[in-house]
Every structure is written in structure tokens, then in C-alpha cells.
Design a protein around this ligand. Structure first.
Ligand code: S3P
Length: 428
């Protein structure tokens, strides 16, 4: 599907986004390991979370969905059964990496694969530590999926210092640690999103080399009721539109305000946007609240270092905002952006360039010299949901007509995206 976007005058209104993708994957996976019935409200409607659900069903987990409530009947940590066929994680890196951590500890063989994009993404980052724990996993020559995971002959705990901040790697190792003899300790020099630790109520302590989280085989997952907060990474697109389009004001209701996820709000503020946070409360161990952003003149910022994991998924939309900010915005230390659903450094730079922005590709990020305007262009979504959505917002703020090629990829995380776009936009 190609989606045509025309310049808008402003955006205004209140909106809700689907449940947070990271929390939704974990709510399903952790419920599947618990002994008893868990209920999940507000699960993400995106295709990625559907991939987790269908892999779990193939592993024999009973999951039902009635009136928007998902019930998972877990039968404990070792109740999965050998699937009849290959597991398909679709486009979802979180499904593949977290589930492989669990499958590494099972007594049967499985193979997990994904779509063309996921089959190109690096899996050595999980296969390395899982192999160190005694798992036997075979992938392609370049250690990409399909991954063949052999039956476990008892894993053993390790101390693993993450070479790069990654919540997927951290979670994969911790999940394998539930099936390992002895303690598994994951050390993060730089903190990444901590939904796994919060949801499993794991204690995190600050050690000499970073944040340390421990788990062992006596850990039992409890059934729970999860009320999934709205996804701040989805809300970010409309919040950015509110900041760059004149006379705009938008409110995202009930989004996660977990500090490991709110780097985007800090950047909005340091660019000079007006940001108001209200109704803050806690749901299922996660802070949530309403975020209102209204237009003001933006200025360029420098983003790098420990900030990157707190906004890694928001960097494409920050690139778009930078084109409308006065002065230069420089993103550094974001090498891993090249290994997402697309090479997001190339995707952002090429598409901003097509829209007439002054943009430069850097090895570990990009630099944008804000000129205050963009021109409509044909946009390649690179079959990447966040690129399709970021450049739809760019199209709203640009002069003339923008065409988003393969716009349907937004469904990976946010199937309601184009509908909400239509609702918030004011044209005349
Ligand atoms: C995620 C972690 C991040 C993020 C991804 C979701 C998660 O990836 O980019 O969209 O749910 O754990 P990395 O762990 O590879 O940084």
C-alpha cells in the first residue's frame, strides 16, 4: 500500500495508542511460564506481538482473547511442548531473541525463523552468551536466523557483561537463567529498558561495572494481571507532529513513563517544545500518565552516550523534528540503529535528503542542519514500521505531496496509525 500525505495546517486532539510493544511481548512470554491463569488488558495490536502469541500457541500454550482481554493459561516453566513445525517470529526481533532464551532451556529441539528482514538481523549477540551457558544453537554462517536450538543438557549460570546496551539480549540471558544451574548475572554498563526486571520483580543493584541483575533456576514466574500502558514509542510520532506543526497541541493518554523509555520527552524539552505530563500513576509496576505537547520554535540538540538506549526507537522521528529545528542536531553513539528493522541511519538520511533537508550520514548516527522546511517527496519505508510513520509525519509538515511507499509496514507496531493521523490533522 502507498499512502499519500499532504501538508497539514496543524494537529490537535487527544489520542490513545496501542499497548506498549515491549511490555506486551513480555506479558505474554512471562504468563506462558507461570503456573496458572494470567490476564492481559491492553495488549499491543501490532503484528509483532501477534507473532509472539502464535509462537507460544505452537508451543502448546493456551491463549484466549475475549473482549480485549487476553487470558494465558500457563502450566509452569517446563510445560511447553515440541512444536509440529518451525516457529515464525515474523518481523519481530524481540520475539526471536527472548523466546530463544527460553527455548535454549527446553528438552526438545526447535527451529525459529522470521521474515526476510529478521533473517538478516544479528543473532550472535544472543547465541554467544546462550552458548556460554551450555546451549547448542546453530544459525547461518553469519549467525542469523533460522536458528536451530538443540535440546538442552542442563544450562549453567554465567556472569555476562553486555558488550552493548540491549534489553533484548539482557532479557534473553535472564530467561535462559531460569533454566540454568547456579546463578546467572547480567551486568549492564549502560541501562536499557527494564521491563523484564520490573515485571519479574528482579532486584537490580549497582556494582562496579554497572547494573547487575541475578536470576536462578529456583525462580518461579507468578501468574499476574497485566494492564499494559500505551506505547510511548508509538505516541512519539504524534507528539513530534504537535511540536513541529504551528498552532498544534496533542495529548497522548495513558502512555508508559518508565524512565528507561522517556529519553524522547527529554529531547523534546531540550529542543524547546512545550511538554506537559499529567495524571501520573502506576499500573502493573510501570509509571504511566498523559503527555501533552504543543508547538513552539525548536532548536537543534546533540544526542549520544547513555541517552541513546532511552530513545533508540525514536531516533527516526527525532531526525524529522531536527529538520524543523533551528541549528544543527547531531546523533552519535547509535551504531545499533543500522541493525534494526532496516539500516535506520541510511533510511533516515536518504529520505530526509529526498525531502530537501541538509543531512549528513555519520558512522554511528546522523547530523541534520535544520532549515525549517521540507518538500514533499516519494519515501521508501524500507519495509520498516518506524520509517513509514516518521516520514508520514514529515509529510504532514512538508510543502506539497509526499508518497509513503509500502506504508502498511506501520502495522508491525501500530495498525491504527493512519486512522489516528486522519483524526488529528487540521487542513483548512
Ligand atoms: C526492545 C529493545 C530494543 C528496541 C526494540 C524493543 C525490547 O532493542 O529497539 O524495539 O522490547 O527489549 P535492543 O534490545 O536490540 O536495543
Amino acid at each position: 500500500m502507498d499512502y499519500e500525505v499532504r501538508g497539514a495546517l496543524s494537529v490537535s486532539g487527544t489520542f490513545e495508542v496501542p499497548g506498549d510493544k515491549s511490555i506486551s511481548h513480555r506479558a505474554l512470554l512471562f504468563s506462558s511460564l507461570a503456573n496458572g491463569k494470567s490476564e492481559i488488558k491492553g495488549l499491543s495490536t501490532g503484528a509483532d506481538v501477534k507473532s509472539t502469541m502464535s509462537c507460544l500457541k505452537q508451543l502448546g500454550v493456551k491463549i484466549e482473547q475475549i473482549d480485549g482481554i487476553v487470558t494465558v493459561c500457563g502450566e509452569g516453566k517446563s510445560a511447553y511442548s515440541k512444536p509440529d513445525s518451525i516457529l515464525d517470529a515474523g518481523n519481530s526481533g524481540t520475539t526471536m531473541r527472548l523466546l530463544t532464551g527460553i527455548l535454549a532451556g527446553q528438552g526438545f529441539e526447535t527451529t525459529i525463523t522470521g521474515d526476510e528482514t529478521l533473517r538478516r538481523r544479528p543473532m550472535q549477540r544472543i547465541v554467544g552468551p546462550l552458548t556460554e551457558m551450555g546451549a547448542e544453537i546453530v544459525g547461518s554462517d553469519k549467525m542469523t536466523a533460522p536458528l536451530r536450538i538443540f535440546p538442552s543438557h542442563r544450562l549453567h549460570g554465567i556472569r555476562y557483561e553486555l558488550p552493548l546496551p540491549s534489553a533484548q539480549v539482557k532479557s534473553s540471558v535472564l530467561l535462559a537463567g531460569m533454566f540454568a544451574q547456579g546463578e546467572t548475572i547480567v551486568v549492564e554498563p549502560v541501562e536499557s529498558r527494564d521491563h523484564t526486571e520490573r515485571m519479574l520483580k528482579l532486584k537490580k543493584v549497582k556494582g562496579p561495572s554497572g547494573f547487575e541483575t541475578k536470576i536462578s533456576s529456583d525462580y518461579e514466574v507468578r501468574p499476574a494481571e497485566y494492564d499494559v500502558a500505551g506505547d510511548i514509542s508509538s505516541a512519539a510520532f504524534f507528539l513530534a507532529a504537535g511540536a513541529i506543526l504551528p498552532n498544534s497541541c496533542v495529548t497522548a493518554c495513558g502512555v508508559t513513563l518508565n524512565p528507561t523509555r522517556t529519553g524522547f520527552l527529554d529531547v523534546l524539552k531540550s529542543m524547546g517544545a512545550k511538554v506537559k505530563i499529567e495524571n501520573v500513576h502506576e499500573a502493573a509496576g510501570e509509571p504511566i500518565g498523559d503527555v501533552t505537547v504543543s508547538h513552539s520554535d525548536l532548536k537543534g540538540v546533540e544526542i549520544g552516550g547513555e541517552m541513546i538506549p532511552r530513545l533508540i526507537d525514536e531516533l527516526p522521528i527525532i531526525g524529522v523534528m531536527a529538520a524543523f529545528a533551528k541549528g544543527e542536531t547531531v546523533i552519535r553513539d547509535a551504531h545499533d540503529l543500522r541493525r534494526k528493522e532496516s539500516d535506520r541511519i541510511v533510511a533516515v538520511v536518504d529520505n530526509l535528503d529526498a525531502m530537501g533537508a541538509e543531512v549528513q550520514e555519520l558512522d554511528d548516527g546522523f547530523a541534520v542542519n535544520g532549515t525549517g522546511s521540507l518538500s514533499g517527496a516519494e519515501i521508501d519505508s524500507y519495509k520498516d514500521h518506524r520509517i513509514a510513520m516518521a516520514f508520514t509525519i514529515a509529510g504532514l509538515a512538508a510543502q506539497g505531496k509526499t508518497l509513503i511507499k509500502n506504508a502498511e509496514w506501520a502495522e508491525i507496531s501500530f495498525p491504527e496509525f493512519y486512522e489516528i493521523t486522519q483524526r488529528l490533522v487540521l487542513r483548512s
